[in-house]
Design a protein around this ligand. Sequence first.
Ligand code: NG1
Length: 530
Amino acid sequence: EMDFDTVAKYSALHAKPPGLSSQYGTAGFRTKAENLDHTVFRMGLLAVLRSKQTTSTIGVMVTASHNPEEDNGVKLIDPLGEMLAPAWEEYATCLANAEEPELQTVLSDICQKEKVDLQHSAFVVIGRDTRSSSKELSQSVIDGVSALGGQLQDYGLVTTPQLHYMVCCRNTNGNYGRATVEGYYQKLSKAFMALMKQAVTERDGHLCLKVDCANGIGALKLKEMEHYLPKCLRIYIDNDGSKGKLNHLCGADFVKVHQKPPVDLEMKINEKCSSFDGDADRIVYYYNDAAGRFHLLDGDKIATLISTFLKELLVKTGQTLTLAVIQTAYANGSSTHYLEETMKVPVQCAKTGVKHLHHKAKEFDVGIYFEANGHGTVLFSKAAEDKIRHQAENEKDNRKREAAKMLENTIDLINQTVGDAISDLLLIEAILALKGWTVQQWDALYTDLPNRQLKVKVADRRAIDTTDAERQAVTPPGLQEKINALVKKIKQARAFVRPSGTEDVVRVYAEADTQENADNLAHEVSLAVY
Ligand code: NG1
């Protein structure tokens, strides 16, 4: 039996402002921090129920990622470190929107529908980013867990992917790693150093990297990680939170959307730079060339680098494993073309949102997924992982064994639970070192089509419904025809619109043969949206 009196007592301390309504979207709940207290408390409650139902540890992360400092958010992490199951996203929305007197009924309904055995114990792990509101909100999560008698561990300040890692470790008997931040650093640094040992050349200068940490948690954690890394990797951390504001004029999202470097970041000609987002689950690379032109190496280029590397290794091992890259509609057309035509790597398109990409990537032995904005990782099927580890141990042929070992180290270096800026950074640096490539050589794989992303405020963004992995609008009637007509007029053009899952806007994307055409096309499409 649930102790509703206790729940009610706690809930009174986190009362829901009447009328307020929110939705568990692509990235959990996200809104102004001052409207979030009842939601995070209730996510503490929900995490306990999910934990009892799955008899596993569940994670609750307090963050609003790349959103402004005033915002905050909360997301739940499922047993294998994955995003919350879709049915539970709906419960989360119901629970967050229930008025105080309905709370008991909503909780009982969830228990009944999901056959939650209240006798089971519950364990919840909690983490938070560096926002000024995060500490208090994570305290409210703790209240929620306590109200239902759940046990918990508060990891305090961690990156989002670190908390995903903890959840996975705790639910896999330590097979994935130790569930501590030290365990995380040790696992990654060990794999990184093993990979670097396999590098034939360590050309000087290639292992220097400037990292804009968006004035967020990434700065803290990258500094901690550095103690575990070899001296040959020289990292210069900028936007570490000591002067600037979180995500303000910096960070991966700013760089990607504005297609320019963080304001105030000093960049030498051809210097290799990168940006994390506010909770360090995204990374993009960039540099300025001698002519002062800005070059962005986004999630698409990262996916291309990683998949090229992995495909070459798979060929060397002689293993016949399936490999594919999963993108979204935002992937630059040039990247898709390069992967399919030059690399002969199959590409699939999924809906925006990591859970969709993650889901598709699981269909392959090796599934590489990245959103253009720099959020992504690689998934290895259990069978593939077993085969690779077995070969790394037992293969007689030296060349094949070395390749298998490299794959094994890659498996250990990549955070398979979710996109992870720190883990991605280390993998990218290792690949560049192994290939003896500069950032310019990597960039030269293909040239992006000029593109533009815009957001449009509309009365009701839900009026737009899409199909074909969001590349076609089905409603409102006539919109897609208008877009088609605009696209037809321009060379190499592509455009689409979709309602954002994290902001109250409609996003417009356009690419074309020239920047001017891409800008104009995006503008005209946004006019068609009104
Ligand atoms: P929305 O707001 O649904 O476009 C944005 C990103 C997603 C994903 C989520 C979660 C773009 C175009 N969209 O979603 O890729 O990262 O935020 O953070 O970058």
